[in-house]
Each structure stands twice: as C-alpha cells, then as structure tokens.
Design a protein around this ligand. Structure first.
Ligand code: PEP
Ligand code: MG
Length: 878
C-alpha cells in the first residue's frame, strides 16, 4: 500500500499512533485527539509532515502522491457535512492552516473560506440570504489567498479597502454595504491579476492544491530555515497542513461564536472564562466589532449548548492536563469545537492552576513541574508589573534592551546624587543615565528603575540591577541625554528632571507618564511548587551575590551557595572606595601595601557575612577583575575632591587617570593580569577570604571558600596566581593555627582558555564559565557598546536574540563543550559551573544541563527560574 499521507479527523485514523505531534503537527494532533475522544470537531483532515518532507525532496511528484488521498478525504468530509466542495447549490468551504510539531510563529498564515468563486458565492447568498456576509467572506478569501499563496502583499488589498471606506464615508469595515463589498471583491480580483499576471483561480480544487503546496513551500523558505537554525529546531520533517470545513456562527440568532479558557487565565480560578457573540464569525470576537457577552450568559440563552460546553471543556482539561484555550462555534444550535491549545496565563494563575490540578488528581507533581508552569511565569511572580500593559501603548517613547525585568515608575533624575536627594524627600525616581558606573550605585539603589542610553545586557547597570531585582532598561540609544542641562530628548520631545516616566524592564519599553503597577503576591503555592521542582532537577543552582542582603535574598529563593562574588562590587560604598583609590594612586609598592591594609578589614567583614549566611554551601569569591581606571573619578570636580581627601595634588589624580586610560579596556589591564602584575592585591584579597573563613569556622559554622581567578587565557597565568594564593593561605593557616578545606579554580571566559582547558585543568579544582566575556570575545561584540547595533540586529533578524541575553549555543556553547571535554579528560572530577548572566536564562540553563555542568549561578531573583528550567530539562530526558 502507498504511504498514508492524509489523516482524517477520525478516531480510526490515528488511534495507537504515539507521536501524533511529529506526524500531524501541534494543531493537527490536537484536532485528531479531540475527534478521538469524541468531541464535535468540524470534519476535516491533516496532511502529514511526512508528505511535506516528500514534497521538499521531489516537488510536483510529492503533490501527485498526495492528490488522490486529498480527494478521498474531501469526499469523506462532504459526506459528513452533506455539502460538496465547489458545488453551485450547497458548497463546502475549507480553512487551510499550517502546523509544525513545534510552533514557528510567522512561518505561514491561514487561508479561510477556500472554495469560493462566482457560482459558490451565488449559492451561499441564496442559502444565507445575506449577500453582505458572503462578499465579506469573498474579499477576505481573495486577500488571504493572494497574500499567503501568491505573495501579493496584504497592504495592496488594504489600501483598496481604505480608499473605498473613504469614498463611502464608512468609519469601519462593518459600515460597508453588500454592494460596496461586492465592488471591493472585484477590485481585489483585479489587484490579484495585476500582481500575479494571471486571473484568480476559479476552480476550488486548484485553490486547494495551490494552498497546500504554498504551506509546504513555506517550510523551505529562508525565513523558516533561519528561524529553525537560530532556535536549534532540528529533526522535524516539515509542517503539516490542516484542511478543515468551515462552520458559521453567523447563520442567524441560533448561531454564535466564542472563545473561552477552561479556567481564569488571570488568577487561575477554576471557572469558565470567556465570551461569545450571537450571529457572528470568529474574527468578530477578536476584532471587537461588537461587544461580546460573558460566557455565563449563554447558560440562559442556550442552556443545552452551555451544558455541552461545560462537559466538553472538562473533558479537554482531563485529556490535555492543562488549562485550555478553546474556540467554538454554534451553527444553528449545533456546537463545534474548532481548536484547542494550552491557555496562556499569568504567573500567579499558572502557579494556582498547577497546585489545584495536583489537588484535583488531574496531574502528578512531576507532570505539574514538567508542563504547567513556565520559567517566564516565575519571572512575573517575582517582580512588580504594570496593571494594564495595553493602556500605556500610545505613550511608549522608545525601546531599549530588557535588561532587568519588572516595572518601574518615577520622576526623571539624571545624577545618582540627585536621585538620593529626591529619594530622601520620599519621591519615587527613575535614574536616566548615559551609562552607569560604580560611583552611581547609591542613586541606583534608591531608584525605582534605571534606564541607560548605552551599554548592553551585561553592562554595569544591567548586572547590578538584576542582582537587586530592580527594573532596568539598558542601551536605549533613542534617548538623547543632556545630563548637564537636566533634560532628555526622545521622539522629538523633551523631558526634564522631575517629569514622570515609566519603564518596562521585561519588554525594554520606556514610557511617558505615570502608570499604575501591581505587586504580585507570592502565595503558599509558590513554596509548594518549588518543593516539587527541587525533586526533579540535577543541576545545582547558586546565586551571584556580593552583599549580605543579596545573599540573604538568594537563600530565601533557595540558592545552593554563591557561584560568583564580584569582589569589586564591595567597593561601591564611599568609605571603602577611598582606600581602594588610594591603593590605585600609590606610587610605591610600600604605599600600595599600606593602602591595601586599609581595604582588608572591609573585605574580611563582607566575606564573614557571606560565609555565615551561606554556611554549609560553597561561596565562590572572584579576585579583582575590572580595569583599575573604572574606580577613578572622571569629572574634574570629583577628581578635586579625591585629591583633597587624599592630600595629594589634583594633577597626580589626573596623571593616573591618563596613565590608566585604555582604548579597549575590556581587552586591557584587567582580570588576572592585575593580580599577576600586582600580586599584593591578590594577597590582600586571599588573606581577607581565609581570615574570614577561619573566623566563621571558629564560630561553629561551616564555610566553604572557593577562590576564583578571572580572565585566564594561559595556564601560566593561573599557575602564577595559584602560587600566590596558596602561599598566602598557608601563611594565614600558620598564623591562626587552624586549617580549612578550599578550592582554587579558573574562570573560562577567554576563548583560548576553552581551547586549552586540558592544560588549565591541571591547576584548577573547578571551572566557571564567564559567558559574558566569553560571548564578547567569541563574537567580537563589545559588551558595553553592542547596544548601538544589537537591537537592530535582532529587529532585522540577523540574530534572533542578543547573545548576551540568550547563550549562543552553536558558537559559544561549542567552546564550552570543548572546555568541558578537555577539562574533564585531565580531571574527571572537575567541578564545572557557569556564572555569566546566562546562568539564569531558561534556554541557556537547559543547555547547561545537557552538556553536564554541575551548577549554574545567577542573580538571586532568577534562582527559582533557573531551578525550574533545570528540572524541566531533566524531565525532558528520555
Ligand atoms: C563573565 O564574564 O561572564 C563574568 C561572570 O564576569 P563579569 O561579568 O564580571 O565580567
Ligand atoms: Mg568576566
């Protein structure tokens, strides 16, 4: 027998086939499933992904192979619907839709009302008695077919529609008369012919096969190929094609159409949630042409149908084990379910539904973790959001990078010091900066949110804001900031200090004015759900944290230690910054050591606090990393103040700023290069770490120090640092007469380190991937400057996302895999983690699970998200 390519929506056709999704695509599989469990789906059929694969290989021969099967399936539908395709008396119309196993947005649209031509239009007019409706169907069909199948741009049709509305004085499409729509259909046929060079196909079979072929073709178009490559969608055969008979909710007062969720998608309440319109077509509900009625009203009007809806939605939930989003149509009293899919829901709703479904016995905790809550849902639960995102759309001023999620509302302030003054007066402020520096942290901390014109996803502002769980939009190049004049220009408008502004850190939107926020409640369900998550993940999840507050937050969210303590962040406070600056400005080794002596107690105090909070869990402390000029003031006024504080001439400060300035600071004097040139800095930091660890150990707690060396590119760099570190540790042990276990490890953030990981592993107890720098150096994209072009790259789809945000698995990921293999070949027990910002991004976390990392480390607010992503990755394994 020939291969079966066409599957009717009929139980016998698909029974027993386990991987329906791969064969029929997501949409087709759900339609088949609904038919199988006895739900009233308008008859139709799905042409399989295997047929698409055959078409890709053989073109017309592939079409010939499916043709007899399609004709047979159409005949079957004709029988069921008691109509005939192309019949001039009682015509059957179809919808044609694509549907791959994994949804690929924008690959291919839908063609509705297929089968219309002059005779069938006439027949429908007779049977419905509503020519306006029929010509509306007709002009929509010509538009969709022209656009989707033949590439005639929708805008061309739209322009004719707009022109006609002007001529007719019609405010809305619905104001157009039947005659006007008939005229429009004729115009559309002309537009079609003018742009394709051929008349619109009148033969319904011709329409059908062309539409099917167009769907198949769309699988191989450039956009789709690129989408799959970027999203690493592999192993799919192609897209399926769903051909379904049209049913009409606009046949009269006994007909209706509606959309409903099986539970409330906003808060998760277990109650039908939806609306419907009597005597209407599906898109009318969505388009808001008339105001729909709440679904409960249907109980009075059509009690029988309502009862059926209740029973069937219940059945659907039990079958698909998740909230469903359903489209239905009632045609003259008869209920049809047109489509079902997993319902999109808010974070709090997802959490409530997951727990409720476990309690109702619908799913096991394992299933709830695997399918019922998405990482993005947790994100929403941890940050404030706007009460109504649609409401502020007209006031969006610019789009930057969504650097740290959540929402913020406040008055514009341009200087960090100013922010602190405003905040002291009890004002909510948003800090608007060209970029931020360690000098700004005080102001950043009191601000509701931060927006910068420059800098990327791993810029100072972004990293610091995420650590605090504070909303941040970075690299918003459209903002022309004149901080001195206290104004910002955007979209031809000018805003000054004190004006209200809102930020959406989840979307990157900068919005004019003051928009209401809502704070999501963290319910008991949250803790219960996270308990289940912990049972199923293998990856450990640590936090990137420097301050006790951050460490405490991390612990609250269930972090299993600290994976990155950026020691330089500890100098953000004024009193600590001064001795550190003194160290930088020291002119002799002796002076430098004296200054370092002053820094040491601060560091020790901080480390003690971290070790206490994280007792029994590892704390990875990274040695000083940024170039030293980052710590010196750039503005004359600040330089003068520093000179005064240190009792040195301002020229001395300026000379040092000059001496330390670099053309490419990110590739300059930073990372372990600092510790190797100035070993006394490493000595001070290591001493502080181990004096702190021994102190905390003597209190009966269990500190687990890990010392991490940044920016290693050659084993010699690590060897040299390891020598200094061990010597210092031994000295401290000897002085205190006490020892403690520790690890010394290397960051892998220079491509060369990944390549030579086998050698580096000889001197390392652990690796930690610094994927921020590794991405920067692998792409050659500056972390701090990529904001000027990356957003456009993403907009133009040169990249699907910023690689600083979502790990580039194909490139950077390959380097990681190489490092893992080579490192573990040297040392099979080598502990390996990641501490770049990707450690909290769900897709990247799944990758880290697959390549066998031991842990990921991310900002405290992303710990629950990383945990869920890790559990879901583990549960996906066969
Ligand atoms: C990294 O490069 O990924 C990293 C964690 O270090 P930083 O962001 O501090 O350079
Ligand atoms: Mg780095």
């Amino acid at each position: 027998m020939d291969t079966q390519y066409v599957y009717r929506f009929s139980p016998a056709q698909t029974d027993g086939n386990k991987d329906l999704k791969a064969l029929l695509g997501g949409k087709g599989a759900n339609l088949a499933e609904m038919s199988r469990i006895g739900l009233p789906v308008p008859p139709g059929f799905t042409i399989s992904t295997e047929a698409c694969a055959r078409y890709q290989n053989s073109g017309t021969e592939g079409m010939a192979a499916i043709e007899p099967q399609v004709r047979e399936a159409v005949a079957f539908v004709e029988q069921q619907r008691k109509q005939r395709f192309g019949d001039p008396q009682n015509p059957l119309l179809f919808s044609v839709r694509s549907g791959a196993a994994i949804s690929m947005p924008g690959m291919m649209d839908t063609v509705l009302n297929l089968g219309l031509n002059e005779p069938t239009v006439a027949a429908l007019q007779r049977s419905t008695g509503n020519p306006r409706f029929v010509y509306d169907l007709y002009r929509r069909f010509i538009d969709m077919f022209g656009d989707v199948v033949m590439g005639v741009k929708h805008e061309l049709f739209e322009a004719a529609l707009v022109q006609l509305k002007l001529e007719e004085g019609a405010a809305q499409d619905t104001d157009l008369s039947a005659d006007a729509l008939q005229h429009l259909s004729t115009q559309y046929l002309e537009i079609y012919q003018a742009h394709t060079g051929e008349p619109f196909p009148a033969d319904p079979w011709d329409q059908l096969f062309r539409a099917i072929e167009a769907v198949f073709r769309s699988w191989g178009n450039e956009r789709a190929i690129k989408y799959r490559r970027i999203n690493q969608i592999t192993g799919l055969l192609g897209t399926a094609v769903n051909v379904q008979s049209m049913v009409y909710g606009n046949r009269g007062p006994n007909s209706a159409t509606g959309v409903l969720f099986t539970r409330n998608p906003a808060n998760g309440e277990n109650k039908l949630f939806g609306e419907y319109l009597v005597n209407a077509q599906g898109e009318d509900v969505v388009a808001g042409i008339r105001t729909p009625s709440p679904i409960e009203d249907l109980r009075q009007i059509q009690p029988e149908c309502y009862g059926q809806i209740e029973a069937q939605t219940d059945q659907l939930e039990r079958h698909f084990k998740c909230i469903q989003d359903i489209e239905f149509t009632i045609e003259e009293g008869e209920l049809f379910i047109l489509q079902t899919r997993t319902g999109k829901r808010t974070g709090p709703a997802a959490m409530r539904i997951a727990c409720a479904m476990v309690d109702e016995g619908l799913v096991s905790p394992k299933e709830a973790v695997a399918h019922l809550v998405e990482p993005e849902h947790l994100n929403q639960m941890l940050h404030p959001t706007f009460a109504d995102e649609a409401a502020y759309q007209p006031q969006v001023l610019a789009l930057g990078l969504p650097a740290s999620p959540g929402a913020a509302v406040g008055r514009i302030v341009f200087e960090a010091d100013e922010a602190e003054l405003w905040a002291e007066r009890g004002e909510a402020v948003v800090l608007v900066r060209q970029e931020t520096s360690p000098d700004d942290v005080g102001g950043m901390h009191v601000a509701q949110g931060i927006v910068t014109a420059r800098g990327g996803m791993t810029s100072h502002a972004a990293v610091v804001a995420r650590g605090w769980g504070k909303c941040c939009v970075a690299g918003c190049g459209a903002l022309k900031i004149h901080a001195d004049a206290k104004r910002v220009e955007v979209k031809g408008r000018t805003f000054t200090e004190g004006d209200w502004i809102s930020l959406n850190g989840t979307t990157g939107e900068v919005i004019e004015g003051r928009h209401p926020l809502k704070i999501p409640e963290i319910s008991g369900d949250f803790a219960r759900f996270m308990g289940w998550v912990d049972q199923y993940r293998r990856l450990k999840v640590r936090a990137n944290a420097e301050t006790p507050t951050e460490a405490q937050k991390a612990l609250e969210f269930g972090a299993q230690g600290i994976g990155l303590c950026r020691t330089e962040h500890m100098f953000f406070q004024e009193e600590r910054l001064l001795p550190f600056r003194e160290m930088i400005l020291a002119e002799s080794l002796e002076d430098r050591k004296m200054a370092l002596e002053k820094v040491l107690p601060y560091q020790r105090e901080d480390f003690e606090a971290l070790f206490r909070i994280m007792t029994g869990q590892p704390v990875t402390i990274r040695l000083l990393d940024p170039p030293l000029h980052e710590f010196l003031p750039k503005v004359l006024e600040d330089q003068e103040r520093l000179a005064q504080d240190l009792g040195i001439p301002v020229e001395r400060v300026q000379a040092e700023v000059e001496a330390l300035s670099e053309n490419n600071p990110m590739l300059g004097f930073r990372g372990c290069r600092l510790g190797n040139i100035y070993p006394e800095i490493t000595q001070m930091q290591v001493r502080a770490i181990f004096e702190a660890a021994l102190q905390v150990q003597s209190e009966g707690l269990r500190p687990e120090p890990e010392v991490m060396v940044p920016l290693v590119g050659d084993r010699s760099e690590l060897d040299a640092q390891r020598g200094v570190i061990q010597e210092t540790i031994e000295a401290v042990f000897k002085e205190r007469g006490q020892r403690i276990d520790y690890r010394i490890g290397s960051m892998i953030e220079v491509p060369r380190a990944a390549i030579l990981a086998g050698e580096i592993a000889e001197q390392a107890d652990f690796f930690s991937f610094g994927t921020n720098d590794l991405t920067q150096m692998t792409f050659g994209f500056s972390r701090d400057d990529a904001g000027t072009f990356l957003p456009q790259y993403v907009e133009r789809k040169l990249l699907l996302s910023s690689p600083f945000d979502v790990l580039d698995q194909r490139g950077v990921g390959q380097l990681m895999q190489m490092a893992i293999e080579r490192g573990r070949a040297t040392k099979p027990q080598l502990q390996i983690g990641i501490c770049g910002e990707h450690g909290g991004e769900p897709n990247s976390v799944a990758f880290c699970h697959r390549v066998g990392l031991d842990y990921v480390s991310c900002s405290p607010y992303r710990v629950p998200i990383a945990k869920l992503a890790a559990a879901q990755a583990a549960l996906k394994e066969p």
